[in-house]
Design a protein around this ligand. Structure first.
Ligand SMILES: O=C(O)c1ccccc1N[C@@H]1O[C@H](COP(=O)(O)O)[C@@H](O)[C@H]1O
Length: 242
């Protein structure tokens, strides 16, 4: 059989586009700001693909290394445990990585790509979206990122604001998978998926009883809303293919 290099090249480039494209058939779910084993179990039972642990001392969702170890130990295989940091000291990240089995790192500060890459873990970079910024240009500064988390901007607050932002500021084609965050809840997540088609949605304060404590009913309602929207989108795709 002869090797058709033109079609091979085409296929490779298509595969690359598909793996990085913003449009996805199934939006994944990350529940962030988990501070207890009970909340981790509830999130995973509800259908979360990832849980997030906040290693930022100023946050009401901060977890100690001991708490994080206990929570991570309660998470079954194939569910990602994400560690969230804001301009952390090298020694602190090193200590966390030595003691907590994190799957992935999430950086919310002014960390440059070279520094984010030095931990030999997949990482996502949080960007706080403002009208005057070029999302594409900022994303280009993070070639080593597995994805970008797009969040709302509030001066002096690195995240977890519970505020959403103008989703029309997100360009249609970005070089990295988009994790949409900022003020999501069961009420607006379906609309967010319809409008943005993100790779994943990230929720924290929108499913809380109070800062740092999850409302399990709200977590389930959030996950149901995502699954419903995913099902509808895939139904529409199949109908369109006929
Ligand atoms: O949750 C926090 O306290 C936090 C602190 C510092 C940086 C990020 C933080 N949270 C992350 O922010 C986004 C949006 O959160 P929300 O759903 O609007 O509350 C999300 O990734 C949180 O994990």
């Amino acid at each position: 059989m002869s090797l058709d290099t033109t079609s091979l090249n085409k296929q490779t480039s298509l595969t690359r586009q598909t793996s990085l494209a913003k449009k996805v058939s199934k939006t994944r779910i990350k529940v962030c700001g988990i501070t207890s084993v009970e909340d981790a179990v509830a999130a995973v039972d509800a259908g979360a693909d990832a849980i997030g642990l906040v290693f930022y001392e100023k946050s009401p969702r901060f977890v100690s290394i001991e708490q994080a170890r206990e929570i991570a130990a309660s998470v079954p295989p194939f569910i990602s445990v994400v560690g969230l940091f804001v301009d952390a000291e090298d020694e602190f990240i090193q200590a966390v990585l030595e003691q907590v089995p994190l799957t992935l790192l999430q950086f919310h500060g002014n960390e440059p790509d070279s520094w984010c890459q030095r931990w030999n873990r997949q990482y996502i970079k949080a960007l706080r979206v403002r009208p005057e910024m070029s999302v594409k240009q900022v994303v280009a500064k993070y070639p080593g990122a597995s994805g970008v988390l797009l969040d709302a901007y509030r001066k002096g607050v690195p995240g977890g604001t519970g505020e959403s932002f103008d989703w029309t500021l997100i360009p249609d084609s970005l070089e990295k998978p988009v994790v949409l965050a900022g003020g999501l809840s069961a009420t607006n997540v379906a609309e967010a998926i319809k409008k943005v088609s993100p790779f994943a949605v990230d929720v924290s304060s929108g499913v809380e009883l109070k800062p740092g404590v999850k409302n399990h009913d709200a977590v389930r309602a959030f996950a149901r809303a995502v699954v419903r929207e995913n099902d509808q989108a895939s139904g529409q795709c199949e109908a369109g293919e006929r």
